[in-house]
Design a protein around this ligand. Structure first.
Ligand code: NAG
Ligand code: NAG
Ligand code: NAG
Ligand code: NAG
Ligand code: NAG
Length: 415
């Protein structure tokens, strides 16, 4: 894909910010838009840590780089992506946020609490507490991590199974781009380490959110399902992963986390109650399952999976968007460091369902969101903010940038 003349000028000439914004505002080619946004994303990438901002968010930023490389054959993008994967796999393990939380079974240790925690604030908005010094100096909060082996699954486990599985999906995406078997093997190792914790205390299946084993939520279980389904189309032991995917989606549907409006709530109430907890229908919870269903349908072409994906996609396109069709989470501009990643994950799932079933309503939603991001949610440096409907607000960072980029990338596929 070629840059338009205007975007080349915007990249090469030291224009004023306002002129640049006008120049790139007229870029309409989805690939050109995504490439410009990638340039902005990489200004947030720290070569020495292999991370952008945040631990699980960085797994998503890496996935976004891979997702662009999957649909953009530009050699510069291909080589940038390959370099990013290689650097991240080598450097990031030294920054595992809580490396002792989930040791291998053989070396069972007391859970060393680093101070890392995730939860919900009084307004129901997800928050993260980071250990002091995390992400600043390698392993400031914990000794002996500087040489954590890159391709050891345990280098990526931090006691929160959603975090772990984001990395598994990230390395599956890296494998898709590079076809390097090490990335696939790493993803399998992470998945299998998490699979040890099946079942939870609800419905004789599922996984807990984290190693404290007191919360059963949608995100960890959707990621478990989706990772299994992705592996079912890639790993040599395909049948084992397909069986995990079937088992976990059957369990998921039976829990009642999908509400009567076909939207997925945050999770379940505590055991033994195990009912839909009625907490927000976060955009990412409508998205991860779609990617999983599209993959499972490929591995096991059973219309149940396609039908469920269509029902959920149609419900969420309207159910989590504003009147103009632009996706938003209930926390809006105040989503914070975690929920500001969510919306792009939804777009990624919708893109996957579109690939399985090219329904025009999916394409329309993707285009609406991508066009709104570009027209209303961008500053002169092609940074993208948290508010896709616009205006551009607050500080853009790698979280808001990579999230909004998923809409731009999905638009490449549906154009
Ligand atoms: C952008 O372009 C429009 C139309 O060409 C012009 O009226 C406007 O002043 C420009 N804005 C900036 C900030 O340069
Ligand atoms: C990258 O992270 C390292 C280690 O925490 C830090 O010292 C450095 O300042 C960061 N670099 C940039 C460009 O932010
Ligand atoms: C759907 O669920 C909501 C919330 O639990 C409830 O108030 C409503 O009555 C239900 N609607 C139907 C048609 O079952
Ligand atoms: C299709 O999938 C559903 C749900 O997993 C299952 O109950 C059903 O038996 C499957 N049908 C076939 C033909 O395998
Ligand atoms: C990234 O930006 C969003 C939106 O401004 C903000 O809520 C979030 O806290 C930022 N992330 C970090 C880690 O600072």
């Amino acid at each position: 894909m070629k840059f338009s003349l205007l975007s080349i000028l915007a990249l090469l000439l030291p224009l004023t910010a306002a002129q640049t914004q006008n120049a790139t505002a007229s870029v309409t080619d989805p690939t050109d838009r995504a490439e410009l946004a990638l340039t902005a994303l990489q200004t947030f990438y720290n070569e020495s840590t292999g991370l952008w901002l945040g631990w699980w968010q960085s797994a998503n930023a890496m996935t976004v780089v891979a997702n662009l490389a999957k649909v953009d054959s530009n050699p510069k993008i291909q080589s940038l992506a390959a370099q990013v994967f290689a650097n991240t796999v080598a450097k990031a393990p030294a920054h595992n946020i809580d490396p002792n939380a989930e040791p291998p079974l053989k070396k069972k240790r007391k859970r060393a609490m680093s101070g890392y925690d995730k939860g919900y604030d009084e307004n129901g908005i997800p928050f993260t507490t980071l250990p002091k010094g995390w992400g600043e100096i390698p392993s400031a909060h914990i000794r002996g991590r500087a040489n954590a082996p890159a391709f050891d699954p345990y280098s990526w486990l931090d006691g929160f199974y959603d975090d772990d599985l984001w990395w598994a999906l990230g390395y599956i995406a890296a494998y898709d781009v590079t076809k390097k078997a090490e990335y696939l093997t790493l993803s399998e190792g992470i998945f299998n380490a998490v699979a040890r914790v099946w079942p939870s205390s609800c419905g004789n299946g599922g996984i807990f959110w984290n190693s404290k084993k007191n919360v059963v939520n949608a995100i960890a279980n959707e990621l478990f399902f989706s990772t299994a389904a992705h592996l079912a189309n890639r790993a040599s032991d395909a049948n084992t992963y397909a069986n995990w995917a079937v088992k976990s989606i059957d369990w998921f549907v039976a829990t009642g986390m999908i509400n009567n409006a076909s939207l997925i709530n945050d999770g379940l109430t505590s055991a033994p109650d195990c009912k839909n907890n009625g907490l927000p229908t976060w955009s990412y919870n409508q998205g991860v399952i779609l990617g999983g269903l599209a993959e499972l349908y490929k591995a096991r072409p059973n219309s149940t999976y396609m039908n469920l994906a269509n029902r959920l996609a149609k419900a969420s396109i309207e159910g989590i968007a504003n009147k103009a069709g632009v996706i938003q989470d209930p926390c809006g501009p105040l989503c914070g460091a975690d929920a500001s990643q969510f919306k792009g994950i939804y777009m990624r799932g919708l893109q996957a369902v579109y690939a399985m079933n090219p329904d025009p309503s999916y394409a329309a939603s993707i285009k609406t969101n991508a066009d709104s991001v570009w027209a209303n949610d961008r500053n002169a440096k092609n940074q993208l903010s948290i508010q896709w409907a616009g205006p551009f607000i607050g500080t853009a960072n790698s979280t808001t940038q990579s999230s909004a980029m998923e809409a731009l990338i999905a638009a490449i596929v549906v154009k």
